[in-house]
Design a protein around this ligand. Sequence first.
Ligand code: SF4
Length: 357
Amino acid sequence: MKGYDPVKRALKLRETMITPDGKVLLAGFAGTEQAKDMTAHTRIADDFFRAKVYTKAGERTINPFKREPASIAAQKLTFSDAQKNILVKRKECNAAFLGQINGCNLNCWQCYVDKANKSGNPKYGRYFSAEEYLINFLVWSKRTQNSQNPEEKLNVLRISGGEVFIVPEFIFQMIEAVEKFGLQDYIYIWVDCNLATGDFYWKFLTEEQRKKISGYKNIGFCVCYKGMDEDNLFEITGANPNYFMSQFILHRGLIYEGLDVYSYFYPLTADTNGLYERLAGFMELLVDNVDSYAPLRLAMPETKVYGPTQKNLTPGRRKALENQWEAMRLWQEELLGQYSLKELSMLPHEFPARTLI
Ligand code: SF4
């Protein structure tokens, strides 16, 4: 068989990524290549958590998704105004606090995470319960709230990886922890997903737990496509190309659960033959298999070369990094052909995740 089976890999990784009492293995940053890519400003909290700032002061971007999930959180989050005894909207939601779950079932060449921190090996991390994760967030959030620099204020709790959906129980546990402290109106939870775990979300969560997640109002999911077609999935991840369509099935499945799902795609290919047609085909698959607005809720950000990426570079991959700009341009061209200017001027969260009820 060409390529590995990501679901089999995920099952194996699960054995060490989660304990019987639901603690998950978080990657430690000390001594990693990834740590060298961080600034003192972003590497925080005992080497197991970091901050991610979305839009820096004065920064302009043509990609509206860059402000996600900050712009979503700013729309939804509230805080108490004790004097007026009301809840008002929070304006500063530009920085997320995140831990990386140690264990990933894919092997993307452009990955910014060190191999050890995706291995599920307990030597490279520490187990945390959702409540412990939340407490770390609260401590660091409190420390940043009075900062004059709005970039530093942490109001978004992101659960990242590695791959979160190998241990989806953690999402449910985080919501329970947030509700236990009565903080559901104050914290926006952002969850990443690599779309390569098949039915794990349904297999490892009960219907009741899934209902709880769907019913939580301050949560968003960001799924990441790993290929515009079968060959590209193999080129980027080395996984069996047969898993290409399962990305769309999982994306749609999450939307049909009632979740607020956004997506990313990093368009990396060394082969530019028929690139426009390949991208147009990918857009068509999104429309046909996920939702008519799915392409407008998808971001195509730049792939940057970080320390761990550097080690994987080959002449073909360098070419793919150069080609990404042309791919982004062609994607925009296809969007212009498929959607109105009014639709294209809207932000991703202004479209429903699911058009047809
Ligand atoms: S899915 Fe994400 S964490 Fe896993 S290898 Fe790919 S880029 Fe890295």
